[in-house]
Design a protein around this ligand. Structure first.
Ligand SMILES: Cc1cc2nc3c(=O)[nH]c(=O)nc-3n(C[C@H](O)[C@H](O)[C@H](O)COP(=O)(O)OP(=O)(O)OC[C@H]3O[C@@H](n4cnc5c(N)ncnc54)[C@H](O)[C@@H]3O)c2cc1C
Length: 501
């Protein structure tokens, strides 16, 4: 008798990634689509994504945890801008509290995903690494694929080639792979970059280093914000935890939207406001004009928030400085600049940024044909034209990531429910009429501009455009008429009908 191989396992939904988004997505799925079977496939050994990967000194959020946290799980710690380990603890606690951890399959990387239109299901090619590092490849099938794989490459950060770097006699590190045992006590450190990572690293390193120099090509908008939210403390003292969390969250959502709108609508005034704030702290007009007054307007690129002005305080103590110049070449003793100045350094930190990667490197194919994502449009920031039963979780760039990520997960549940009620095996968004293209991530930041061409685009109108405004987006997303834009395949039309869950 010949043995027939067992068919691959089938799950209703597969979530890719156990970061902040994947755990939030699982919570929504198991509370709003209770009967669905699901698993989270996670390439790494642990959950938390960004908040586990990044280990550099001082790593923290630069948006408040009342909005970066989940709406269903109050943030109870005292700091509003939290350090990386606290955020990781919060994500881990959420996964354990709601039994989500039991659904995570670690060391399981999704390499490829192929949609079979006849059977209305995905076949995923997975690579599993066991504890000893041995690699095995196998397949899994699912009805719906939800990518919560973040937006950047975990293995390869953006690392431009600097001339002469091999001649440098000191140590070069990238924040994405911080060596645990790096000793920078009493040393001269140069941090290349001026983004959120650089402004976080500078005051943290300055606590032990002799001097930290932030070397930037051009200035970035940096705003001092309170590390602790005093109004939030008062609200917490008055109201029960859940109610207080909701009230503070609403306050912060409104404040963030208001400040963003102010920056976009009145850029000159916003420039003056931010420059004035920094001048009041540093008390040096020339310093602010030279190093903290960008040519672009606030929120053309992400605004960097520094809690309790820690960055500026390190400068005032003489422990940190900013140099605005271009690198000519590395030399044995440090970095020679285009101006001829040499910055002496024992350690150079290349805070040059992330390399964007769409959907965890999974390029979906439909019936064996690879879909060119850059040719597709994203519906409601969630599903993609030409790719049925597939959703992606991309958070906000001008507010806390989770605000948008949670809306997306709720929309995915709405779509799954709609499919069950109508008896559909598959749905795919289809525009009516021509859409004008807009970039998916609407920021001028270098790391976005370098790779945005690989991502699908947005359209110029609803429901093909995320407005980057939580209030407008939540109304549009949760009230959307699914029947109007989703083209459907009934269960009766597919070869192996997917059982009703
Ligand atoms: C240093 C830093 C600070 C930040 N600070 C803020 C902030 O203050 N506020 C804010 O709103 N945003 C911030 N962000 C953006 C941040 O990434 C998001 O807030 C959020 O953590 C993203 O969560 P995520 O789960 O979508 O993605 P990630 O955290 O990137 O998690 C994705 C997960 O998917 C897994 N994965 C990827 N591909 C595959 C695959 N093919 N197969 C299986 N698993 C896969 C990864 O291993 C990872 O665990 C910051 C980002 C960085 C890098």
């Amino acid at each position: 008798m010949t043995e027939t191989a067992a068919p691959p396992e089938y799950l209703d939904v597969v979530i890719v990634g156990a970061g902040l988004s994947g755990i939030g997505a699982a919570y929504r799925l198991q509370t709003e689509c209770r009967a669905k079977t699901y698993a989270i496939l996670e390439a790494r050994d642990t959950l938390g994504g960004t908040w586990d990967l990044f280990r550099y000194p001082g790593v923290r959020s630069d948006s408040d945890m009342f909005t970066l946290g989940y709406p269903f799980k109050p943030w109870l710690e005292s700091e509003s801008l939290a350090d990386g380990p606290s955020i990781l603890r919060y994500i881990t606690e959420t996964a354990t509290e709601y039994g989500i951890d039991r659904h995570i399959r670690y060391r399981t990387k999704v390499l490829a995903a192929d949609w079979d239109s006849q059977a209305a299901r995905w076949t995923l090619t997975l690579e599993h690494r066991d504890a000893a590092g041995a690699i095995e490849t196998w397949t899994l099938t699912c009805g719906f694929l939800y990518s919560c794989a973040g937006y950047y490459d975990y293995e390869r950060p953006y690392a431009p080639e600097f001339p002469g770097i091999s001649a440098f006699s000191g140590t070069v590190v990238h924040p994405q792979f911080w060596p645990e045992d790096l000793d920078y006590r009493g040393k001269r450190v140069v941090v290349i970059g001026s983004g959120a990572t650089a402004v976080t690293l500078v005051p943290a390193l300055a606590e032990q280093a002799e001097l930290v120099t932030m070397l930037q090509r051009t200035p970035t908008w940096i705003s001092a914000v309170p590390g602790r939210d005093k109004l939030a403390d008062k609200i917490r003292a008055l109201l029960p935890a859940r109610l207080a969390y909701r009230a503070i969250r609403t306050k912060n959502i409104l404040f963030t939207i208001g400040f963003y709108q102010y920056c976009r609508r009145r850029p000159e005034s916003a420039r003056k406001f931010l420059t004035g704030l920094t001048t009041r702290i540093l008390k040096d007009d020339k310093l602010v004009a030279e190093h903290f007054t960008p040519s672009y307007n606030p929120w053309d690129q992400r605004l960097c928030a520094v809690p309790d002005a820690d960055f500026f305080k390190a400068m005032k103590k003489g422990k940190a400085e900013v140099v605005t110049d271009h690198i000519d070449a590395f030399v044995p003793e440090g970095i020679r600049l285009k101006s001829g100045q040499v910055l002496e350094a024992d350690v150079v930190v290349t805070a040059t940024g992330l390399r964007l990667r769409a959907f965890g490197g999974i390029s979906p194919s439909v019936d064996g044909a690879r879909v060119d994502l850059s040719e597709q449009f994203v519906w409601q920031g969630t599903m993609i034209t030409g790719v049925p039963n597939f959703a992606v979780c991309i958070g906000y760039t001008n507010a806390s990531w989770t605000l948008r990520a949670d809306l997306t997960s709720r929309l995915v549940c709405k779509v799954l429910d709609h499919m069950d009620r109508k008896g559909y095996a598959a749905v795919v968004p289809e525009p009516r009429g021509k859409l004008d293209e807009r970039p998916l991530l609407d920021l001028a930041s270098g790391y976005i501009q370098r790779s945005i061409g690989e991502f699908p685009r947005q359209g110029d109108r609803q429901p093909w455009r995320v407005r980057q405004n939580y209030l407008l987006d939540s109304a549009a997303t949760l009230r959307t008429n699914l029947g109007k834009t989703l083209s459907a395949t009934p269960r009766s039309a597919v070869r192996e009908p997917v059982p009703v869950s």
